[in-house]
Design a protein around this ligand. Structure first.
Ligand SMILES: O=P(O)(O)OP(=O)(O)OP(=O)(O)OC[C@H]1O[C@@H](n2cnc3c(O)ncnc32)[C@H](O)[C@@H]1O
Ligand SMILES: [Mg+2]
Length: 203
């Protein structure tokens, strides 16, 4: 399936920027859900998959177009997996990257370097239409460690605190191209596009 136009079921400016960069080489036309008057849905699921399905279904229903949703988050081992599916609202409403990062640092205040292992998860769900019974689903993770203080200005969300030992940089110190090549989202999208091209049967 190579849709002429795909709705991105997200209201997160950082994600939307990355998706526009990631889709550019594939020649898909993608538009954010806001262009179709789609507001954020309540993310009532208990998994990234469920929340991504809710978002994609709503965007597809209201736009009448195929929709791609991303539900993602940060899993920190020392916090038993928190903030996980609650990553966007870790410090409560209204959502704020700055307050989420402050809460993460406070939660890990007693945890020394070497025990601050974490990973981002990204689940992508593509629906051909709102009632698609065969959603295309891919998930990828990205391993790192949580820094003791923020570094870098790039990316969004928890990126200034997400340290990549192999690269000697935080995710916010990478260029957009580097992040897209390495990240949970970048690699999930590569896998999704490969699956759309026939890797998972006729679509
Ligand atoms: O639901 P949508 O509208 O897409 O936007 P959102 O920000 O609410 O997105 P999620 O519900 O998927 O929550 C994911 C949160 O995880 C964090 N996150 C996910 N991917 C990230 C990345 O690549 N870099 C930094 N933080 C990320 C960030 O705080 C996001 O707000
Ligand atoms: Mg959300």
């Amino acid at each position: 399936m190579t849709p002429a136009l795909l709705v991105l079921a997200s209201g997160n400016a950082g994600k939307l920027r990355e998706f526009h960069q990631l889709f550019a080489p594939f020649g898909f036309a993608v538009r954010p859900q806001a262009d179709f008057g789609v507001a954020d849905v309540e993310e009532t699921g208990l998994t990234f998959v469920e929340n991504a399905l809710l978002k994609a279904r709503e965007a597809s229903r209201l736009s009448g177009l195929p929709a791609l949703a991303d539900d993602s988050g940060l899993e920190v081992d020392a916090l038993n997996g928190a903030p996980g599916i609650y990553s966007a609202r870790y410090a409560g409403e209204p959502k704020s990257d700055a307050r989420n990062n402050a809460r993460l640092l406070a939660s890990l205040a007693e945890v020394p370097e070497g025990r601050r292992r974490a990973r981002y998860w990204c689940v992508l769900v593509l629906l051909r239409h709102a009632e698609d019974p065969v959603p295309l689903i891919v998930q990828r993770s990205w391993e790192g460690e949580i820094l003791l203080a923020p570094r870098g200005e790039g990316g969004f969300g928890y990126d200034p605190l997400f340290w990549l030992p192999d690269h000697g940089a935080s995710a916010a110190e990478l260029t957009a191209e580097q992040k897209n090549r390495l990240s949970h989202r970048g690699r999930a999208l590569q896998a999704l596009v490969a699956a759309m091209d026939g890797g998972q049967g006729e679509r």
